[in-house]
Ligand binder design. Structure first.
Ligand code: GTQ
Length: 351
């Protein structure tokens, strides 16, 4: 029988473990967590004041000097971390007339959603994509990309990247190209002409990459799809209204392996059901105004505002206006689904 009086107390026992860098699981906190928790909070960045600061940045630094002239949308709950949600980065980028943002590549994947300006380009893997408001442009992991504005008006877009995820996984590489602009090997918008309508697949292309071969999803096609669905009286989803996912024309799946993009129409006088999912999202208001209630907090949004939905936050969307509202969003959905971490739950309405 061990003599109880000579047994060390638990505290004394634990002290003996420190030099060996070991610790009892039964004392460890914050490891086996009962449900998803995040420091990120529901938050909205109004376009007007952010745009004003972005234009001021345009007077202070060139795109070339900055490499990317971007104001990062930092979630106020995340302690200064450059992230809009725990796993998604968002920023607003300005390219002034006759500027170039030099070519580079990295292991993070990116999307761009054009907010204002018309005719500037992003060049991706040898193809220039000419950008109009509402266009979605992909710059997948490792693709060489630079931006240029040969027009006379400023160009602003929303950047979405999986950087917090890539950095959290400690898998980030980043490399400038040795020339300012990459060599162009394809016609402007060539992938759009090959794939945008999604009905015909070029038989000579053996596409095996894990992202969409369509580099630009033009807004005019997206808007037509949304408005036709409204005209057809499509009910859509009770939690999201008329929600379309931008899809990879080869697989029908998400446009990128780590991020999914959506275009959404909330019909007039629409109040969605509430739900929550492990996925986090960044929304951008393309048209109209409305309210999204997230964890009991009402976020009122207007055209060109951007807002963050933290993972597992209960949320519902409301459009009280007599006009439809349109939202663009990107999420970390494919990353979570690939790992088996996607969970969804319906909830009671909050408003
Ligand atoms: O345009 O390549 O907002 O590499 C952050 C990182 C934009 C870009 C960002 C980037 C870019």
């Amino acid at each position: 029988m061990p003599d109880k009086t000579t047994q060390p107390s638990m505290d004394q026992f634990i002290e003996t473990l420190a030099p060996l860098h070991i610790y009892p699981l039964w004392k460890q906190e914050g490891l086996l967590i009962r449900r998803p928790t995040t420091e990120a909070v529901p938050y909205l960045w109004p376009y007007g004041p952010v745009r004003e600061r972005l234009m001021e940045a345009g007077r202070l630094i060139s795109a070339e000097e900055a490499e990317r002239r971007v104001l990062i949308l930092k979630n106020p709950g995340l302690n200064g971390k450059p992230a809009a949600t725990a796993r998604l980065y968002a920023g607003l980028q300005l390219v002034l007339p006759h500027e170039i943002a030099p070519a580079h590549y990295h292991s993070a994947s990116a999307i761009r959603f054009v907010v204002e300006g018309s005719g500037a380009f992003t060049a991706v893997d040898g193809e220039r994509l000419i950008m109009q408001p509402g266009d979605l442009v992909l710059t997948p992991a490792w693709s060489v990309h630079d931006h240029g504005n040969e027009t006379d008006t400023p160009m602003i877009w929303l950047d979405g990247l999986d950087l917090p995820l890539v950095n959290g996984l400690e898998c980030s590489f980043f490399q400038p190209l040795d020339t300012k602009a990459q060599k162009l090997t394809r016609s402007d918008d060539e992938s759009e002409r090959q794939y945008a309508y999604g009905q015909l697949r070029p038989s000579w292309v053996n596409w095996t990459k894990n992202y969409s071969p369509l580099a630009k999803y033009p807004w005019n096609a997206t808007e037509r799809i949304l408005l036709d669905a409204l005209k057809d009286g499509v009910a859509g989803s009770p939690t999201d209204g008329i929600l379309f996912e931008y899809s990879n024309p080869i697989t029908g799946g998400s446009v990128l392996p780590t991020m999914a993009c959506y275009a959404q129409l909330l019909p007039p006088k629409f109040h969605s059901d509430a739900h929550r999912h492990t996925t986090s999202a960044v929304y951008h208001v393309v048209r109209g105004s409305g309210t999204t209630i997230m964890d009991g907090q009402r976020i009122e949004w207007n055209e060109r505002d951007t807002f963050a939905l933290p993972g597992w936050a209960v949320h519902e969307h409301i459009n009280n206006a007599s006009e439809p509202a349109m939202l663009f969003s990107f999420t970390d959905d494919p990353a979570l689904k690939a790992l088996g971490f996607y969970q969804e739950q319906s909830e009671n309405k909050q408003g």
